[in-house]
Design a protein around this ligand. Structure first.
Ligand code: FAD
Length: 353
């Protein structure tokens, strides 16, 4: 079987890349083993314009934020699912220092950090002694809707192989690749943490990061906002269901859920919430993070038929669609990839034998 592109992985990156390439009239085959603990199946989907305790504006926010809204809305329309919603963050200050930092940020005229005038609005639901502010706009990408819906489209058209990709079966030539009866002009790896062991890309400075989250039923808690107080509480599509997370751990034994995270998070929830809740799920995954917190996008400097879209770290929901489009434009029209993201910046490292 011949195809233009063989794509490995159907997380957020593989989904958008295969979608864009098809829109450009290119044929694709996607191989994905549907690992339930892949980050795209564990994430809350938050697209937040600021990050960290200091509320630093995220990298490329002016391009990436509006692009995310457009990209998910278009894909959602094509798939007839709600792919994205705006749910601003109500940020409950955990202490006076954080409140002062937030207020100082407002005074600088920051376009995403705002006062929240109705300070008593959430008294019925939360304990909070130091007030709250608002971060907006903040979006939630509904990966739990898009990924299965796009998978059905691929599967119905015969473009999906639900199986484990075995790299020992891959043969590459400068202008094509062969894999188990498939010949493609390029193979593109969108396989998240699996790329840490990929012989073509394992020299890249990946920095795996473990994240855990809980899902809880919280009857009656309004679902118009994301709530934050050290933890994030994110409404899910199903009524009364909320995602709670996440941890951010550099040193870990394996990718499985830990009792310590569950106990600490449950205790924090008891201290924060005034209403009852019930934990129904515990999720955990490895984020494909990178040492310099920038993605890896493009084709291998020595093997032009081998490409990568990876390294999205904590921001896959916003950076994934944006760089899937850049990579598509690069592959189809030879347009440049942003320097900070282009994997060619590691030409020397990737050229080592
Ligand atoms: C707890 C947690 C919370 C997060 N929250 C957010 C958030 O709110 N917002 C945000 O932007 N980001 C968030 N992230 C990060 C985000 O999830 C990732 O950046 C993103 O999902 C990475 O997507 P990806 O497509 O590159 O990789 P993945 O999601 O890992 O997808 C790779 C796919 O490839 C498949 N695959 C891998 N190897 C093979 C193989 N050999 N054969 C076949 N298939 C294979 C896997 O099954 C998977 O389907 C979070 C991550 C975690 C862990």
């Amino acid at each position: 079987m011949n195809t233009d592109f063989l794509i490995i992985g159907q997380g957020v990156c593989g989904t958008f890349l295969s979608y864009y390439l098809q829109k450009e009239g290119r044929s694709v085959i996607v191989i994905d083993d549907a690992k339930p603990d892949s980050p795209s199946r564990v994430a809350a989907g938050i697209i937040n314009p600021v990050t960290g305790r200091r509320l630093v504006t995220v990298w490329m926010v002016d391009e990436v934020l509006p692009y995310a809204w457009k990209a998910y809305s278009e894909l959602g329309t094509d798939l007839s699912v709600q792919a994205i919603s705006q749910k601003n963050i109500i940020d409950f200050f955990p202490n006076p220092f954080m409140r002062d930092g937030f207020l100082q940020k407002i005074e600088t005229g920051d376009q995403y950090v705002h006062a929240y005038p109705e300070q008593n609005h959430f008294n019925k639901f939360f304990h909070f002694e130091f007030g709250c502010g608002e971060i907006r706009p903040v979006y939630t990408a509904h990966l739990d809707k898009i990924i299965p819906a796009w998978r059905s489209v691929l599967s119905n058209a015969g473009y999906l192989r639900e199986e484990q990709f075995d790299i020992s079966q891959l043969e590459i030539e400068p202008d094509k690749i062969h894999y188990k009866g498939i010949t493609a002009s390029k193979i593109i790896f969108c396989d998240g943490a699996a790329s840490f062991d990929n012989p073509y890309f394992n020299q890249l400075p990946f920095a795996p990061n473990k994240g855990e989250a809980l899902v809880a039923e919280i009857p009656g808690l309004p679902d118009h906002n994301i709530y934050k107080k050290s933890l994030l509480l994110v409404p899910l599509a199903e009524k009364d269901m909320f995602w709670i997370g996440a941890s951010y751990v550099w040193n870990f034994d394996d990718a499985s859920p830990t009792q310590a995270f569950r106990d600490n998070t449950e205790n924090a929830m008891k201290n924060w919430l005034k209403v009852p809740f019930r934990i129904v799920e515990h999720r955990s995954a490895l984020r494909p993070a990178t040492l310099e917190r920038r993605p890896f996008v493009g084709t291998h400097p020595l093997h032009p038929s081998v490409g990568i879209l990876n390294g999205m770290g904590t921001k896959g929901c916003s950076l994934g669609p944006y760089f899937a489009k850049q990579l598509t434009d690069h592959l189809v029209y030879d347009l440049p990839i942003a320097k900070d993201a282009d994997v060619k910046r590691f030409e020397k490292v990737l050229s080592r034998k």
